[in-house]
Design a protein around this ligand. Structure first.
Ligand code: NAP
Length: 247
């Protein structure tokens, strides 16, 4: 479905991003990934993508650092010739109730989740505008829609991603660039591994489908939003949450 398309996926070293990178590659896309530390897991991912008979470009880049993002995105363009798909997935949590939350923890989460999305989009948008085509998929969270006690920083960053994406969808629509948001619910990754069994059970009880989602559930929607099948879909927020949030 994505043969000869060139994709950038941030935060692909683990979890949802890793599955997104592999699923895009399985659908024929060449994939550029960033890493902060070149460890065995990143090397394995590079080999796994290569084995799918597509090109892979891996670059050291922290999404908070504008210069590194510029080198990553421009390096991808030089390597692949175009950038057709941008998936802003890199994200962190630093949870705490407002009374105990340090300013630094608030700022860090905004810097990675929201400012990081701005950094990559700002540098990729001119490339897509020149091409007169592109698909941008931003990974938010249902927490950005309904809020969550203990996650005011994370919820603010993810709500910010939704407002940012809708504005981008309006700015870029006339240039044939689609911008959509995926809001995952509870997905099994390192990010959610830290929750106790009791909390996990409580969360599962609030999910109509009564089960935790997988990274694959998110990656499959990324493929749809990156493909020609979604050409008339822009500015939308789609939940992948087993029915947890319905509006
Ligand atoms: P994860 O397993 O913790 O992986 C996070 C990824 O982001 C890693 O690849 C990490 O790279 C990267 N990253 C973090 N800070 C970065 C930075 N400053 N620069 C570049 N890369 C950075 O998380 P996940 O569960 O897969 O989450 C992926 C996305 O889905 C996030 O945006 C998250 O908010 C969202 N989400 C997740 C869930 C869930 O239930 N898991 C639910 C809703 C939304 P390193 O390996 O270098 O740390």
């Amino acid at each position: 479905m994505l043969k000869n398309k060139n994709a950038v996926v941030t935060g692909a070293t683990r979890g949802i991003g890793r599955e997104i990178a592999l699923t895009l590659a399985k659908n024929g896309a060449n994939v550029a990934i960033n890493y902060r530390t070149l460890n065995k897991e990143v090397e394995n991912l590079i080999e796994e993508i290569k084995a799918l008979d597509v090109k892979v470009f891996a670059f050291k880049c922290d999404v908070r650092n504008v210069e590194e993002v510029e080198n990553f995105i421009k390096g991808t363009k030089d390597e692949f010739g175009s950038i057709d798909i941008l998936v802003n997935n890199a994200g962190i949590t630093k949870d705490g109730l407002i009374l105990r939350m340090k300013e630094e923890d608030f700022n860090d989460v905004i810097d990675v989740n929201l400012k990081g999305t701005f950094n990559t989009t700002k540098i990729t948008a001119p490339i897509m505008i020149k091409q007169r085509s592109g698909k941008i998929v931003n990974i938010s969270s249902i927490v950005g829609i309904i809020g969550n006690a203990g996650q005011c920083n994370y919820a603010a960053s993810k709500a910010g991603v939704i407002g940012f994406s809708k504005s981008m969808a309006r700015e870029l629509a006339s240039r044939n660039i689609n911008v959509n948001v995926i809001a995952p619910g509870y997905i099994e990754t390192d990010m959610t591994k830290v929750l106790s069994d009791k909390v996990k059970e409580e969360v599962i009880n609030t999910i109509p489908m009564k089960k935790i989602g997988s990274a694959k559930d998110v990656a499959n929607l990324v493929v749809f939003l990156s493909s020609d099948l979604s050409n008339y879909v822009t500015g939308q927020v789609i939940n992948v949450d087993g029915g947890m949030v319905m509006s």
